[in-house]
Design a binder for this molecule. Structure first.
Ligand SMILES: NC(=O)C1=CN([C@@H]2O[C@H](COP(=O)(O)OP(=O)(O)OC[C@H]3O[C@@H](n4cnc5c(N)ncnc54)[C@H](OP(=O)(O)O)[C@@H]3O)[C@@H](O)[C@H]2O)C=CC1
Ligand SMILES: O=C(CO)COP(=O)(O)O
Length: 317
């Protein structure tokens, strides 16, 4: 469910793993066009759809599947699931591939799934993986987590291929936290690049960003090995590395004083709720808080940088 860049890339990846794939998008006309062209021209131009992928706007075709990959933006997951819920069978594995936390409810995606489809079996797929890389069949490794260990292994087997390697885990919360938080930190890394603060500042940002990701993860029950794994450190490295990341590109435009464009930057939606959740547990997340304050117009970029540098000296932790 979700026929954007990542949904289309995962459809191709699943087909490459030998699955028959239904790719559902909410715009029936666009899906008919995708079926005719055998390409997602808007979000993944130049990549042919695998013959085993069937684009559709018909939700009933989704409900008939053995497993569902939920690949709409985090803030849209609840609405998408509410449309599907009346048609879905009990026990349907629902694998969240979105990277974010729901605003207002402060719910992680597995919690949204459990609320809207209490009889489904939730799982989460996350890790360093640009849609264009996965769609092109470049070697990629991600984590698949489900509280039900057997489900995590089964999905790993169903989606794994010579170019997509999945590691299984039962640390659902840890995998969700890494995917959501790294987007906020990627915006910060982009701002550093856009402001031309230099390679040393960029490295310091990633290291201190990782420290706050660790603290936040610990407070919300993540395992340390998950935060240091593919879905945490791995994805943080990828998305803070350059403008192929939309979150980084969004931050870079902000830092350079340019218009940010209209591509999805999940970190802009997650920053505020992440900072609220950190405050609720007394966790210090200065980089994310600075991003949130800049996005909210409460501080200028230059003042935010100055404030980060002027924080009281402390032991490194
Ligand atoms: N792109 C990437 O490299 C990766 C992305 N992700 C994550 O995957 C998620 C989706 O990202 P991505 O595919 O790249 O984003 P895109 O912007 O490319 O696509 C989002 C898709 O979701 C659809 N959509 C939006 N709102 C709804 C809704 N309420 N109901 C149904 N469909 C909806 C959009 O439809 P419409 O066109 O009609 O608006 C669009 O097809 C994000 O959380 C992202 O962080 C994770 C890993 C890699
Ligand atoms: O999550 C991603 C790669 O793992 C994609 O990052 P962006 O959404 O910043 O492009």
């Amino acid at each position: 469910m979700g026929a954007g860049a990542w949904g289309t890339a995962l459809a191709n990846a699943a087909a490459r793993a030998g699955r028959d794939v239904v790719l559902w998008g909410r715009d029936g006309v666009a899906m008919a066009e995708m079926a005719r062209l055998r390409e997602n021209r808007a979000d993944l131009p130049g990549i042919a759809l695998d013959p085993a992928v069937t684009p559709t706007g018909d939700l009933a075709a989704v409900a008939a599947c053995d497993a569902l990959l939920l690949v709409v933006p985090a803030q849209a997951c609840r609405e998408a699931l509410e449309r599907l819920a009346p048609l879905a069978r009990p026990g349907l594995p629902v694998i969240s591939c979105a990277k974010g936390i729901e605003r207002g409810s402060r719910a992680f995606m597995s919690e949204v799934i459990a609320e809207v489809m209490p009889k489904a079996s939730p799982a989460v797929l996350s890790g360093p993986s640009f849609a264009s890389d996965v769609a092109a069949g470049l070697p990629t490794a991600v984590t698949l987590a489900a509280r039900d260990a057997a489900l995590a292994v089964a999905v790993t087997r169903a989606l794994g291929s010579p170019t997509l390697r999945l590691y299984h885990s039962t640390d659902v919360r840890g995998v969700e936290i890494g995917g959501a938080a790294k987007n906020v930190l990627a915006i910060a890394a982009g701002i550093v690049a856009g402001r031309r603060l230099g390679a040393s500042a960029a490295a310091a940002l990633v290291a201190r960003g990782f420290a706050e990701l660790m603290r936040f993860g610990r407070a919300y029950g993540a395992k340390a090995e998950t935060i240091t794994g593919l879905s945490g450190l791995g994805d943080l490295i990828l998305t803070t590395s350059g403008p192929q990341s939309r979150n980084f590109a969004f931050g870079r435009a902000l830092g350079a004083g340019e218009a940010a464009g209209d591509k999805l930057a999940e970190g802009a939606f997650t920053a505020g709720v992440l900072v609220e959740m950190a405050a609720a547990k007394g966790v210090d997340v200065p980089v994310s808080a600075a991003v949130d304050a800049v996005l909210g117009g409460r501080i200028s970029i230059d003042d935010a940088i100055e404030a980060l540098m002027a924080r009281p000296q402390r032991a490194e932790a």
